[in-house]
Design a protein around this ligand. Structure first.
Ligand code: XUL
Ligand code: CO
Length: 439
């Protein structure tokens, strides 16, 4: 098999005191933790689009990324080279899973039939490489936002022909995902949103979006796809207002259309922060609603208002994310998908490795800290005590649904000298620091 990163050998765990940048300091894939290896707990995934297709281009300048396969003239030769590069990277980084959009892996032809035939040819090759290596597909998805036909949206386009085309594309992408044993299928809203209400029938667009998702859920049953269907919330970019703004909006939408049993959520850090939430908030909300499907592990820049898709290197974030994941009983079919790209100036092939190492180490360390926090019950004990008034007396009556406004008025008139306790936020933040710095 052609090697693209010959100068780099398999990345090994060397521990926190290693000075070798091409080593893991915290990610020790084979370390056993509570009966599973660290690798099995973290379920890292490589993203095809950023890692193999991203050029580093931005609105002000051309691509910068040095990727040997970019020089190949024949698009199908390039597509197969990307497959080889993907499997070489997964092998060398000790990553078991990958994720892709249909159009990441093969080019668009002149007709849909031609496009599908090219996709099949590359998927044959991916399937062969998966069998040889044991690598797995975390999720597949369809790119319903790149081609100009989707300028008004896909399932929410004003053009019915575009709705039909998008349906055909998702059907094919679901077939391919099933064929490759994908554990999930993701719907990110792409251009499902609007720029101005002056030209938008929002009611019809939202209803059509629900119709589209219902057809996808029906098709999943028809082909007996056993993976989870996931929706990935995002509030803006590319459109000014995306319909899948955040976890709460998506959950409300699914419930309105009776789809809440069919879909879970894929939560992305940078999308959470663009929506004005923390990453932990979105994951927590999904978790307490039984809807945490998977995680797009990246980070934004707090000073920028767009989706910078940086590799996650903030230990506070990863600790709190892993705290939620452990409380969720693990990631189940989901994973930690690095929907992240090296910066435009980190253009050398080596930077791919260094970026993944940074993200994987930060999550591995965060996982360890979160385990210790939970093992010691630090936050749990505090939260339990904080809400203890609902365990007895009037609180217990409220929770059991035994009292109404009149009963509560009677109680309040007799008990109006109330003593409240401190929330101790700063103390808890300091304890969190202590765990991150010393555990
Ligand atoms: C876009 C984004 C997508 C989805 C998959 O912001 O996150 O790459 O993860 O379509
Ligand atoms: Co994403």
């Amino acid at each position: 098999m052609k090697q693209f990163f010959e100068s780099i050998s398999k990345i090994k765990y060397e521990g926190p005191s290693s000075t070798n940048p091409f080593s893991f300091k915290y990610y020790n894939p084979d370390e056993m933790i509570n009966g599973k290896t660290m690798k099995e707990h973290l379920r890292f995934a490589l993203t095809y689009w950023h890692t193999l297709c991203g050029t580093g281009g931005d609105p002000f300048g051309d691509g910068t990324m040095q990727r040997p396969w970019f020089d190949m003239a024949d698009p199908m030769e390039q597509a197969k080279a990307k497959v080889d590069a993907c499997f070489e990277l997964m092998e060398k980084l000790d990553i078991d899973y990958f994720t892709f959009h249909d159009r990441d892996v093969s080019p668009e032809g002149k007709t849909l039939a031609e496009t599908n035939a090219m996709l099949d040819e590359v998927v044959d090759y991916i399937e062969k490489r998966m069998k040889e290596t044991g690598k797995k597909l975390l999720w597949g998805t369809a790119c319903l936002f790149k081609h100009p036909r989707f300028m008004h949206g896909a399932a929410t386009s004003c053009e019915a022909d575009v709705f039909a085309y998008a349906a055909a594309q998702v059907k094919k992408a679901m077939d391919v995902t099933k064929r490759l044993g994908g554990e999930n299928y993701v719907f990110w809203g792409g251009r499902e949103g609007y720029e101005t209400l002056l030209n938008t029938d929002m009611k019809l667009e939202e209803e059509n979006f629900a119709r589209f998702l219902k057809m996808a859920a029906d098709y999943k049953k028809k082909i007996a796809f056993t993976g989870e269907l996931l929706i990935e919330p995002k509030p803006k970019e590319p459109t000014k207002h995306q319909y899948d703004t955040d976890a709460a909006t998506v959950l409300g939408f699914l419930r309105k259309y009776g789809l809440e049993k069919e879909f879970k959520l894929n939560i992305e850090a940078n999308h959470a922060t663009l929506a004005g939430h923390t990453f932990q908030h979105e994951i927590h909300l999904a978790r307490i609603n039984g809807a945490l499907g998977s995680i797009d592990a990246n980070i934004g820049d707090p000073n920028l208002g767009w989706d910078t898709d940086q590799f996650p290197t903030n230990i506070y974030d990863t600790t709190l994310v892993m705290y939620e994941v452990i409380k969720n009983g693990g990631l189940h079919k989901g994973g930690l998908n690095f929907d992240a790209k090296p910066r435009r100036a980190s253009f050398e092939p080596e930077d791919i490795f260094l970026s993944y190492i940074a993200g994987m180490d930060t999550f591995a360390k965060g996982f360890k800290v979160a385990l210790k926090l939970i093992e010691d019950g630090v936050l749990e004990k505090f939260v339990e005590e904080r809400y203890s008034s609902y365990k007895q007396g009037i609180g217990k009556e409220i929770v059991s649904g035994n009292v109404d406004f009149e009963a509560l008025e009677k109680y309040a008139l007799e008990n109006d000298q109330i003593k409240v306790k401190s929330g101790r936020q700063e103390m808890l933040e300091s304890i969190l620091n202590q765990y991150i710095l010393s555990k």
